[in-house]
Design a binder for this molecule. Structure first.
Ligand code: SF4
Length: 484
């Protein structure tokens, strides 16, 4: 889990994996989902095919809980083709009915689908289908894709999937499992990452991040291109485009690089750790300060802090340490209990901090309340000065493309000056990396990234007010296996 002091505010999105034609496909999917656990801890699931029938098992909680030893879940799935999903809810609440892959049966047979992203027109599409009597069993945006696939006027198209994808708006990396194949695709903007790999034995894999490809001992081939559908089947790997190739300027989520993706992953053509180091170096140039030690907020602030320390010549040290054993505990509405939970996960090393002028480096600040809690803990430990440095610009706008940010009003930087923020955080100085500085660190041209949460410039217009509960119009009472 990519945990920072702000980890209660900016949640991960989802992680995907698929593998075709490997006797150990299900076990490899299980390991791959572990490596993608930082992208979602609310639910996990695997669907597999024996060539004729799809089996699916999903549950609430982290991968090791859903597929715990002795549950028999993996044994029942053992087939040579599999897809998997870890979820953090960005559309639809955290309930068993929304866990993925979603499995359905329609006139063309079975299909299971796993989604990373957010469909901004899902509520409108759902309204249309419900007006004609369709019944939805979940409250997540992904289910509309199944209804689109099953629509008789879509089924008869030469390429039903390509036709359906042209109805979707928003961000989507998708992995579909049919009894005889896997199809994976990425929205025309390539907002969320999706990568291809191949095992030593020749099985093709698809994954949200390259860390999952590494986790199963496969080699990275390339990224799925924006607007591309890849098919993994007995014939190997084939590709087609559902929008003309290169017709849309990409809008890769730059926040994936800043916070979400794992440091050992390569996404959008660049290693995440090295990119974050560049951000830290640039931050040191833009916001230098006299100090004794650079302290990261682990883990996502660590790479940036190394870069800041290298550039500034100030020593780097671990003044905060993360517990790797707490995992997902609870998120209490009580601020006091929330603070205790943060303390449990991130502890101060007093001997590093006492009497020091500290540069505290975090990858980003969303609400700021938990960051302030850590700053107070550093003061209590005897820090002489605390200089907050943030390796991205102030976040002033919500995300509608698959990241569950708080509302605009809850964002610390919304409507506040830098001096307001400095006083709120109770630090001696504050410096955010500029948008230009951040984009200058990226290897692709500036207009190839989405920067909406910093700039307010949304590449895909959002027509209706959206939040993650947009489709939760009715309270559904279902007995769920609670396993968190
Ligand atoms: S708004 Fe921010 S978090 Fe959302 S896709 Fe754009 S860059 Fe990523």
């Amino acid at each position: 889990m990519s945990l920072s002091s702000e980890s209660f505010d900016k949640k991960e999105n989802c992680g995907l994996f698929g593998i075709f034609g490997d006797p150990e496909a299900v076990d490899k999917t299980y390991f791959a989902l572990h490596s993608l656990q930082h992208r979602g801890q609310e639910s996990a699931g695997i669907a597999s095919s024996n060539g004729e029938v799809i089996s699916c098992y999903t549950g609430m909680g982290m991968v090791r809980r859903v597929f715990r030893v002795g549950s028999g879940a993996l044994e029942h799935l053992r087939n040579p083709v599999a897809i998997g999903h870890v979820r953090y809810s960005t559309s639809g609440s955290s309930k068993a009915i929304n866990s993925q892959p979603l499995l359905a049966e329609y006139s063309r047979g079975q299909v299971a689908v796993a989604h990373n992203g957010n469909l901004i027109n899902a509520a409108l599409l759902r309204d249309e289908y419900e007006a004609y009597g369709s019944i939805f069993k979940s409250t997540c945006d992904t289910e509309v894709i199944i209804h689109l696939l099953a629509k008789p006027t879509h089924v008869c198209r030469p390429d039903p999937l390509a036709h359906v994808l042209n109805h979707l708006q928003g961000s989507y990396s998708l992995v579909f499992l049919y009894p005889d194949r896997i199809e994976a695709c990425r929205d025309p903007y390539g907002i969320r990452p999706l990568c291809l790999g191949r095992t030593k034995e020749g099985a093709h894999v698809v994954a949200s991040e390259t860390c999952a490809i590494d986790a199963v001992g496969a080699e990275f081939l390339r990224e799925v291109e924006p607007g591309e559908i890849v098919t993994l089947d007995k014939g190997g790997l084939s590709s087609r485009f559902f929008v003309p190739r290169g017709s849309v300027t990409p809008a890769h989520c730059l926040f994936e690089h800043v916070y979400f993706a794992k440091q050992n992953s390569t996404i959008f053509g660049e290693n995440v750790h090295l990119f974050r180091k560049k951000l830290g170096r640039r931050l040191a140039i833009e916001h230098p300060v006299e100090a004794d030690v650079v302290v990261p907020v682990p883990d996502s602030g660590t790479s940036g802090a190394i870069g800041y320390a290298e550039q500034s010549g100030i020593g780097f040290d671990m003044g905060l340490v993360r517990s790797h054993y707490v995992g997902r505990t609870f998120i209490s509405p009580d601020p006091k209990l929330r603070a205790l939970e943060v303390t449990l996960k991130l502890a101060v090393v007093p001997d590093v901090i006492r009497g020091q002028r500290v540069v505290l480096l975090d990858d980003s600040i969303v609400r700021g309340t938990t960051t302030r809690g850590k700053i107070r803990a550093l003061r209590q430990a005897g820090a002489k000065e605390i200089h907050m440095r943030v390796s991205c610009p102030p976040i002033r706008f919500p995300c509608f493309y698959g990241i569950d940010f708080p509302t605009k009003e809850e964002l610390l930087a919304n409507g506040r000056t830098l001096e307001d923020i400095r006083r709120f955080l109770e630090v001696d100085s504050i410096g955010y990396l500029s948008l230009e500085g951040m984009l200058a660190c990226a290897s692709l041209p500036a207009d190839h990234y989405c920067t909406a949460c910093w700039s307010g410039k949304y590449r895909i217009p959002v027509q209706i007010a959206l939040n993650k509960f947009t489709m939760e119009r009715y309270q559904m009472y279902m007995f769920e296996q609670m396993d968190v």
